[in-house]
Design a protein around this ligand. Sequence first.
Ligand code: IMP
Length: 197
Amino acid sequence: MTEPRRLVFATNNSHKLSELRQIAGDGIIILSLADIGCEDDIPETGSTLEENSMIKARWVYERYGYDCFADDTGLEVTALGGEPGVRSARYATDGHDSAANMALLLRNLSDKADRSAGFRTVITLIEDGKASVFSGEVRGEIISEPSGSGGFGYDPVFRPEGWDKTFAEASPEEKNAVSHRGKAVARLIEYLKTIRK
Ligand code: IMP
């Protein structure tokens, strides 16, 4: 019998981990940073989502010797030239203050007619030192005030194209079916299943 494949997901986010483990199934064992004894505060010093996901995946591969993947996500708003983008988590403050981030976003958009925006996720996988990149995007618009209590981050102000509600008013299953992360993860898993070692 072949051993299941082991891969590290360079995250401490337990929600993302369990989502990935569920989609990956039995053939791939997904390890967390805690599972490999990594407590490093991995620097996210890149100026793009691509760079940050690469930095995180390479950090683990080079220091811990595991094949690894990492993700990075940003909200890209057309009228703001793609901002907050790679700075989405720290748009208003140094911390992950979603209420402050949304308030700043709505203030910056208050005189803009174009409310179009998209979430984009980039996943970089490093296997035997070689990088593969997967991405997913969902387009929509920023509504004028937060609505809904589900999800996280900017979900209460983001309404996907063709929807009459925000991500924060949707179930996790509804969101995952169309979301940036859902699409990027599906592409990664499809790749892993076809090239299973
Ligand atoms: P991360 O790279 O997944 O940690 O995402 C960076 C930041 O983007 C988060 O802190 C959130 O502010 C925002 N973000 C990422 N994914 C989502 C999402 O699915 N909905 C709303 N906001 C998100």
